[in-house]
Design a protein around this ligand. Sequence first.
Ligand SMILES: Cc1cc2nc3c(=O)[nH]c(=O)nc-3n(C[C@H](O)[C@H](O)[C@H](O)COP(=O)(O)OP(=O)(O)OC[C@H]3O[C@@H](n4cnc5c(N)ncnc54)[C@H](O)[C@@H]3O)c2cc1C
Length: 322
Amino acid sequence: MKVLVFIEQRDGKIKSSAHEALTVGFKLAGSSANLAAVLVGQGVAGHASQLAGWGPDTVYTADSADCALYNVQSYANGVESAIKAFSPDVVLGVASPMGRDVFPRLAARMDGAILTDLTYVESSGSGVQGTKPMYSGKCIADVATEGAKISFVTIRQNVFPVAKPGSGNAGATPVSAAAGDGKIKTVEIRKGKSAKPDLTEASLIISGGRAMANSDNFKILADCADVIGATVGASRAAVDSGYASHDMQVGQTGKTVNPNLYIACGISGSIQHMAGMRTSKVIVAVNTDKDAPIFGVASYGIVGDLFKVVPLMTEQFKNLLK
Ligand SMILES: Cc1cc2nc3c(=O)[nH]c(=O)nc-3n(C[C@H](O)[C@H](O)[C@H](O)COP(=O)(O)OP(=O)(O)OC[C@H]3O[C@@H](n4cnc5c(N)ncnc54)[C@H](O)[C@@H]3O)c2cc1C
């Protein structure tokens, strides 16, 4: 089958999740000739070579000043141009905020089928089938596209292991990135202050809940995060109380994360919080209440006061990483 992968980039740097999508795309396509990628943005033509060896023979570049700032219309136009040029059976991307914005719009525009947030995917005839967690991970749905002329698929980040096939010339082929109809205009994008990876990309996360009691106390989490290279997250209670900023919120109304290690400190484990982190590979919970629900999903639990436990963990990490 022919597969087109939408590659997300920031300031010319290919996002690590794009490599996950390329790995899945190469498996579905079966060859470099059947796999293409599309890069959208301003000045992206020069970045196609970064994808050499990652599978695709062709990288469509929708390079335009209209795409300098992310705008769903212009970006969808860029991907649509690549679809028209390559005629794929499947268009694949990541279930990131951008993927959630662009893919449904394209599926509607092109009368395609769409499967979102898959944690397993394989080909079935000219379509795809896979699994997706539902109801905050309480059950898994088997889903498939059937009889669709084109299928749009997003995969969950940090689930699929990355494997670089070593083939694929990644030759840049320009396609049009026509401006949107002007109904949506991105005026400005303000960057978050943190230099750490965004929560959705982080492989290590340490989060604090209501028990942090104030914003200054988050420093003990930041100190631990600095030692192991983690990103700091928060529960909604901590965010609503003003201890942490909204971009740090994990959960149903915050970010969905899937790191290798998630350390939950003073977080009870509400359904809404767990909706955003329960698929983390290893979960460590620190809580004074041995009956806190978070221990139900934790791989390791520490019943104790986070203000004593976290500094001890930080010291241990320092010793281990010396
Ligand atoms: C529609 C909706 C959407 C929501 N979306 C989200 C969301 O996206 N994300 C989210 O997180 N929540 C969300 N919530 C809120 C959610 O229901 C909970 O209220 C919230 O997750 C609780 O946060 P918490 O665990 O920090 O606080 P609490 O539930 O108050 O838990 C604090 C925990 O800290 C422990 N503790 C206290 N002192 C210490 C100490 N010194 N050391 C260690 N442990 C200690 C306590 O035993 C307790 O378990 C949503 C709610 C609704 C209704």
